[in-house]
Design a protein around this ligand. Structure first.
Ligand SMILES: [Zn+2]
Length: 389
């Protein structure tokens, strides 16, 4: 057998197959190939010695900003290897005015897979702080529908940031939210709603959402959290999750609070997906990267297999792509991440500046997207020798 990449001796964790154990993985023509039983020799163009490392499906970050022409936006290919992320979901950095350019200059030129939600505001996040929907004329339902019609392979849903200083207070806030919901329904996609300083109470907001819609910043602590004044997760939030509304972490600079996360997990309320909300103002802390965000959930007591599930299989399901992404099943796209579990003393800081000290930190060791080893980051490829080298 001849393969392009052979990953040897790593501990494979693939929640899509309920598998955890030492196994070799072969990549042929950008896909995951069957690894023959012992006896058959395997020739590989590139052999990665993964002993001591975790081998997991390529991580999917369900909340990032990777449209570099916005002040929020980072460059996806400079993030991919350091994050171990093979699929990024850009969450509304571009709107109907800018999406064609976002696609042409960034999405189509990236080695990382970039999918996107279209901001209800035609300007997207053109500025850092002016409130993209304070002027109701910017709410562009027809523009969102046009973008999704023209780019159905990458524009897969709608985004709104439901803060009162972004969408307006009271009736203006509701009008914008209802427009975002209508854009999602009429384009037959889904809506992601950012919460925090919401102009409407959280229970009233989540009741408007349908299965497949998503709340991001679910462990936000400073304003309009998903728990009530007595610290209980709102009944309406629990009901929404049971109906099939997704709850995404979206850490960011303002949206992950240790105490809220601890309280929710203690009450049995778990997020659907763990994501970073990486953008210009949180990449140098407190977020840093996806493996650091995952490490925070290890610190919270979440088992490793589940942390992997919430960053591979679950986001693939939210994207409607779990038949091919977020899995190491034979024949699927070869998106693979090698993670190193570092031990020591590590400071993990939430969005309110509160530290926890952890003895474990995950780090991306190598990242393969569609069978291509991505350059940069903590890649082992250049220095780690296989047995026969
Ligand atoms: Zn965001």
């Amino acid at each position: 057998m001849k393969c392009d990449i052979l990953i040897c001796g790593g501990e494979v964790i693939d929640p899509s197959q309920h598998f955890r154990g030492v196994r070799d993985i072969a990549v042929v023509d950008g896909r995951i190939a069957r690894v023959p039983e012992s006896g058959e020799t395997i020739e590989a163009d590139c052999t990665l010695d993964a002993r001591g490392l975790l081998v997991v499906p390529g991580l999917i970050d369900l909340h990032v900003h990777v449209y570099p022409h916005s002040p929020w936006g980072l460059v996806p290919d400079t993030l991919a290897a350091a994050n171990g992320v093979t699929t990024f979901l850009d969450t509304g950095t571009a709107g109907s005015f800018s999406f064609d350019e976002f696609r042409r200059e960034t999405i189509d030129r990236s080695r990382s897979r970039v999918l996107a939600l279209v901001n209800l505001s035609c300007t997207g996040l053109l500025t850092g702080n002016l409130g993209e929907l304070l002027d109701r004329r910017y709410a562009d339902v027809e523009g969102v529908k046009r973008v999704i019609r023209q780019h159905p392979d990458v524009a897969i849903g709608v985004k709104i940031r439901a803060s009162d200083f972004i969408i307006g207070k009271r009736e203006d806030g509701w009008a914008n939210l209802r427009d975002a919901i209508r854009a999602a329904r009429e384009s037959e996609t889904w809506l992601m709603v950012h919460i925090g300083y919401c102009p409407m109470p959280i229970p009233e907001l989540v009741r408007e959402l349908a299965p497949g819609d998503c709340i991001t910043h679910c462990f936000r602590g400073d304003s309009t959290p998903i728990i009530d004044a007595d610290g209980r997760v709102f009944e309406a939030v629990i009901e929404a999750k049971e109906r099939g509304v997704y709850f995404d972490v979206g850490h960011g600079m303002g949206s992950f609070c240790w105490e809220i996360a601890e309280s929710c997990l203690a009450q049995g309320f778990e997020p659907t997906t763990i994501s970073t909300d990486l953008h210009t103002w949180c990449i140098n802390g407190p977020v840093w990267d996806m493996p650091t965000t995952m490490s925070k959930f290890l610190q919270l007591g979440m088992p490793l297999d589940e942390v992997i599930e919430l960053t591979t299989l679950r986001p693939a399901e939210v994207l409607g792509r779990s038949n091919d992404l977020g899995t190491l099943r034979e024949g699927t796209t070869a998106d693979i991440t090698l993670l190193e579990q570092c031990t020591g003393r590590f400071r993990l800081t939430d969005s309110l500046g509160t530290d926890r000290v952890s003895d474990t930190l995950l780090r991306a060791a190598a990242t393969i997207r569609s069978g291509e080893l991505l350059p940069g980051g903590g890649s082992l490829a250049g220095r780690h020798l296989a047995d026969d080298e």
